[in-house]
Structure formats: structure tokens, C-alpha cells
Design a binder for this molecule. Structure first.
Ligand code: IMP
Length: 198
């Protein structure tokens, strides 16, 4: 069996998304030392070509394990909105084009809902952990709806237009710790940490 060169107390997070690193670090601080791809001097894009969230998460973790030789975890997040047939879905980052422009992506969602006002929405995160070639996945879902307009300046991506169930503010109006308690990523992280702790 192929083995990798980190112990379990140091985990490589297979992402170059600084916002995700910040959220995950806030969650895992005191438990694990998290290093991002930048911390190990890897600056290229990792292929994300699967049609599913889980497939992309696994692809990213496997890429780092196979090519760089680290045990690691990765995550992929999708955003599904009922009134636009479940779009943006797995293509959330590039919904309005290759530039990954969050404002353009949110505008496309809000414009799409002018045709059909079913604003029900959810985020889905899958974390894929690879240890010595063995893969385990952890899923977190956060249900809510799309706001009528952008509100708040915290967070990233679609946060300014997403209102989680039982709240009347968007993720972008919450601080990071409040968001993590109820978010898709926070829920997946909890399962991930429980697994590592056991
Ligand atoms: P990916 O997982 O990096 O492919 O991200 C997919 C897309 O969803 C990107 O546009 C992100 O900005 C967005 N996204 C991922 N996580 C969140 C989140 O927690 N809140 C809002 N948008 C997010």
C-alpha cells in the first residue's frame, strides 16, 4: 500500500481558496495543524471535472495524494436553487462564466428567479479524506432560501443571498463562527472531526 509523508496531526487541506481555509481553520484550531496548498508551495489549479460534488472532492484529494504524496482532505461545495432547476449545482464557482465572479454568479441566480419565484435553496459540502490511499467522505447540507437582494458583507461566494432556515439574515450578515455552527461546511466538518477523534 502507498503511504504518505504526514502524520495525522498535520493535515493538508487540498484547496487554494483562502476563505475556505479561514473557515476550516477556525473550526479545527487546537485540534489539527492545517496547511493549505500554498503552505506546501503548490500554486496550480487542481482538476475538478466530475459531474458530482462527491466526485470533485475525491478527485482533488486523490490528486494531492497521488502527485504530491500527502495525506490530505479536500472539500467541494454545490449550491442548488429550486426555481432555476437546481442550478448552479456543482458548477457554482463558474455559474456566470470562467472568471469565478461572485457578484456575477449571484446576479445570475437573482435574475433566474424572476421567471420562477421558488426561492428554496441549499448548500451541500462533501469533505473527502485520504489517508494512505483510503478515502472516506463526510457530507453536510444547509437548507434555506435565496434573499430578494444581496445583504451583508461577511463570508464569500453566495453568502450575501443565502438565508438559512430559521434565520432572517443571510450568511454574509453572520460572523464566521455563527455561520460555521449551522453551515453545510460546519456540519461536514463536525462529522470529519468526530471521525478523526475516534
Ligand atoms: P467550490 O467548492 O470551490 O467549487 O465552490 C463552489 C462555489 O460555491 C464557489 O463559487 C464558492 O464561492 C461557492 N461557495 C462555496 N462555499 C460557499 C459558502 O460557504 N458560502 C457561499 N458560497 C460558497
Amino acid at each position: 500500500m502507498k503511504t504518505a509523508n504526514t502524520d495525522i496531526s498535520t493535515l493538508i487541506f487540498a484547496t487554494s481558496n483562502a476563505n475556505k481555509v479561514k473557515e476550516v481553520n477556525a473550526y479545527l484550531a487546537n485540534k489539527f495543524l492545517i496547511k493549505s496548498l500554498k503552505d506546501i508551495s503548490f500554486f496550480d489549479d487542481i482538476p475538478e471535472t466530475s459531474p458530482t460534488i462527491e466526485g470533485n472532492a475525491i478527485q482533488k484529494a486523490k490528486f494531492v495524494f497521488d502527485n504530491l504524496g500527502y495525506n490530505c482532505f479536500s472539500e467541494d461545495t454545490g449550491f442548488e436553487v429550486a426555481g432555476i432547476n437546481g442550478e448552479p449545482g456543482v458548477l457554482a464557482a463558474r455559474y456566470a462564466g470562467p472568471k469565478r465572479d461572485a457578484d456575477a454568479n449571484m446576479k445570475k441566480v437573482l435574475d433566474g428567479l424572476k421567471e420562477n419565484d421558488n426561492r428554496k435553496a441549499r448548500f451541500i459540502t462533501v469533505i473527502a479524506l485520504i489517508i494512505d490511499g483510503e478515502i472516506k467522505c463526510f457530507e453536510g447540507i444547509c437548507n434555506g432560501h435565496v434573499a430578494v437582494k444581496k445583504q451583508g458583507t461577511n463570508g464569500f461566494g453566495y453568502d450575501p443571498i443565502f438565508i438559512p432556515n430559521d434565520y432572517d439574515v443571510t450568511f454574509a450578515q453572520m460572523d464566521m463562527h455563527e455561520k460555521s455552527k449551522i453551515s453545510h461546511r460546519g456540519k461536514a466538518m463536525k462529522k470529519f472531526v468526530d471521525f478523526l477523534s475516534n
